[in-house]
Design a protein around this ligand. Structure first.
Ligand code: PEP
Length: 253
């Protein structure tokens, strides 16, 4: 039985005071639930102060990006070891905003995935197609290539302690969510890629959906058999919304 994971990607938002209030409201509103892991991924400069505001294990800490290198002359980069030092357990790799705006190729994403694993961080590998790719029937090909970049380099065992997030680019920050069935179809496709390689492992890997998840659509998405939670952008900055999404996961039978 896979646990749900509800992960907030704060992107480049927040500030000391705003984060403190958001954390306080989250901690006050969240009941520990064995079936759901709740995670927040603030910007790098706030990792430590956010961790201090999240006592215990009710809310886990993650980062939004990581260097592929362990240390050295990489100005402006942050290594997996540094994230581990600051209490991170997870790190997002291959978010579509980084693939598109920072020109991160699938090979770079695979190297970041490997760097995270070396420091025992759980990578959250984002995959997803653009609207143009969906409309031209290329969804499976695009996602297959994004998955294979990691599988070819690191093998299926590397997914033993990794999470996948299916994030259709056309649904991110647009208010346009994939329907539960549209998302489920792609989640099933992703899981089947792993089934071909290792049936037992495939059954254990958490696959999150991301793209305009809100309090009022989370439940329908999380009810689908291959959707194991969400990667939440905009709604993770609003405590009431984020709590409603976590509650939608906790309320699944
Ligand atoms: C994201 O950026 O990972 C995301 C899912 O954003 P939003 O929820 O705002 O669509």
């Amino acid at each position: 039985m896979r646990k749900y994971l509800v992960a907030g990607n704060w992107k480049m938002n927040g500030g000391l005071a705003v984060n403190a209030e958001l954390c306080e409201r989250m901690v006050a509103g969240l009941a520990p639930d064995d079936a759901v892991t709740v995670l927040v991924c603030p910007p790098f400069p706030y990792l430590e102060s956010v961790r201090a505001k999240l006592p215990g294990e009710t809310v886990r800490l993650g980062a939004q990006n990581v260097s592929a290198y362990p240390s050295g002359a990489y100005t402006g980069e942050v290594s997996a070891g540094m994230l581990r030092d600051l209490g991170c357990e997870y790190v997002i790799v291959g978010h579509s905003e980084r693939r598109a705006m920072m020109h991160e190729s699938s090979e770079i994403v695979a190297a970041k995935f490997a760097a995270a694993l070396r420091e025992e961080l759980t990578p959250i590998l984002c995959v997803g197609e653009t609207l143009e790719q969906r409309e031209s029937g290329e969804t499976e090909q695009v996602i297959g290539e994004q998955m294979n970049a990691v599988l070819d380099e690191l093998g299926v065992d590397s997914f033993e302690s990794a999470v996948i997030a299916y994030e259709p680019v056309w649904a991110i920050g647009t208010g346009r969510t994939a329907s539960p069935q549209q998302a489920q179809d792609v989640h099933r496709f992703i899981r089947n890629i792993l089934v071909e390689l290792d049936v037992d492992l495939a059954d254990k890997v958490q696959i999150l959906y991301g793209g305009s998840v809100k309090g009022d659509n989370a439940s329908g998405l999380f009810a689908m058999p291959d959707i194991d939670g969400g990667l939440i952008g905009g709604a993770s900055l609003d405590a009431a919304q984020f709590l409603a999404i976590a509650d939608a996961a906790a309320s699944q039978p």
